[in-house]
Design a protein around this ligand. Structure first.
Ligand SMILES: NC(=O)c1ccc[n+]([C@@H]2O[C@H](COP(=O)([O-])OP(=O)(O)OC[C@H]3O[C@@H](n4cnc5c(N)ncnc54)[C@H](OP(=O)(O)O)[C@@H]3O)[C@@H](O)[C@H]2O)c1
Length: 234
């Protein structure tokens, strides 16, 4: 697919390019030939750690300042690992899991915004899109559970909304959004997918997200959208 709305000779960046969706976004952006360069950051590739502000700063400083950053996708995120599982009940709530989720899913992305936004061009369409999750919606919460992940994504959504308002004062054409990719077959979702699930393949998800991003206009800034471009309630 070709992205039409960004013009030529611009840079796209993917943070979290080792993940299922991040790697697919990177592939799709390279194949699209819509940007003069696609820069990818991950812990494995170049030590990018969203939990560390100095690592975020070092990564952004590596970007050639002569090129305009028109698109930045944050595809990092954490749901569970071998030791910590999403809580089905508040009886299983653990401070350490909550802190870890908030650190990676909310505080890290805001540190990224803090350090990246001063490098964005003040004129023309520029998009910062961070991958949130529908379960972060308070209005849409009908099933409960997953306290730490849900609340960390709700915090991320509030950070996105607040930062978007501030960014619009200096960068009136910039767009800062939270996107829900749908259920996508990746390491993050695998433990929860039933057989014969209808989850998206990562490449399919990347194409959908890039189509949503390409169609965003600046009145979308501060919004929370799903993979088909529909608004999700806060
Ligand atoms: N898959 C789904 O169904 C689904 C649904 C809704 C929302 N999402 C959201 O979409 C995003 C991407 O998820 P995914 O499914 O692609 O998951 P994934 O395959 O597990 O990828 C997660 C990514 O986050 C990175 N990451 C974790 N901790 C990090 C840290 N401290 N510093 C830097 N990078 C870190 C991982 O890097 P390493 O490789 O170094 O661990 C990896 O690149 C997440 O925010 C997730 O919440 C996914």
């Amino acid at each position: 697919m070709k992205l039409q709305s960004f013009g030529k000779n611009n840079v796209a960046i993917v943070f979290g390019s080792s993940g299922g969706i991040g790697a697919a976004c990177k592939r799709e952006l390279i194949n699209s030939n819509s940007f003069s360069s696609v820069i990818a950051f991950s812990r494995d590739e170049n030590g990018f750690d969203i939990k560390s502000e100095s690592s975020i700063k070092d990564s952004i400083n590596q970007i050639n300042s002569k090129e305009k950053i028109r698109l930045a996708i944050d595809a990092t995120g954490f749901l569970q690992d071998n030791h910590q599982k999403p809580e089905k009940t508040f009886k299983h709530f653990e401070k350490n899991l909550a802190l870890h989720c908030f650190h990676i899913n909310a505080i890290g992305p805001l540190l990224l915004m803090k350090n990246l936004f001063p490098h964005l061009p003040r004129k023309g369409k520029t998009v910062f899109a961070t991958l949130s999750a529908r379960v972060g919606s308070i209005g849409d919460n009908r099933s409960g559970g997953w306290y730490s992940y849900r609340a960390s994504k709700a915090a991320l959504n509030q950070f996105v909304r607040t930062a978007a308002l501030e960014l619009s004062r200096t960068h009136p054409e910039a767009i800062c959004v939270a996107l829900h990719p749908g259920t996508v077959k990746t390491d993050l979702s695998k433990p929860f997918l039933k057989e014969n699930n209808t989850a998206f393949a990562p490449d399919e998800s990347a194409k959908q997200l890039l189509t949503v991003i390409d169609n965003l206009r600046n009145n979308a800034t501060g919004g929370f959208f799903d993979w088909s471009g529909n608004n999700i309630p806060w």
